[in-house]
Design a protein around this ligand. Sequence first.
Ligand SMILES: [Fe+2]
Ligand SMILES: [Fe+2]
Length: 166
Amino acid sequence: MEFQRQTNKRLYEEHVATLQLLSRVERTVTGRAGAYPPAAGDGEWAAFARSVISAIDVEVARHFDFEERDLFPLLEDAGDGDLVALLNEEHVTIRAVAQSVADLLRQSLSAELPAQQWQTLKTLALEFSERLGSHAQKEDGALLPVLEQLLDEDADRELFGAYAAG
Ligand SMILES: [Fe+2]
Ligand SMILES: [Fe+2]
């Protein structure tokens, strides 16, 4: 997919990075990337858990906040309120499951999880992956093309500058 606007390009790249992370999550919790549950003190597991926690706490949070604060209102004004309501609802659900995943990952770094908890983590991680993956793809197909039409060069520069500045 080719976008001209910097804001769209950035969001699209972040969706691609998210889908890559999610496929790593799926491979890991289904045991295709190594033993699951991992052995106690497994360094690869610790690196994996830390990178997913940071993606949830930092990148996904920042991306969602930007969409909600700066993009969704633009789409609402342009008459796409139904799409915005759906995407907002998905954000709420995804944030909740992401928080549960991050909590269990944090626990796995500080103590051995009981077998039951590893199973819960796997179930939640697969749900997180499924929901966030389909959300990102929906935005690629429905949100970004609309935004591409809405933004002129100045609006794009301003939005992108605000996002890059954090
Ligand atoms: Fe989103
Ligand atoms: Fe997004």
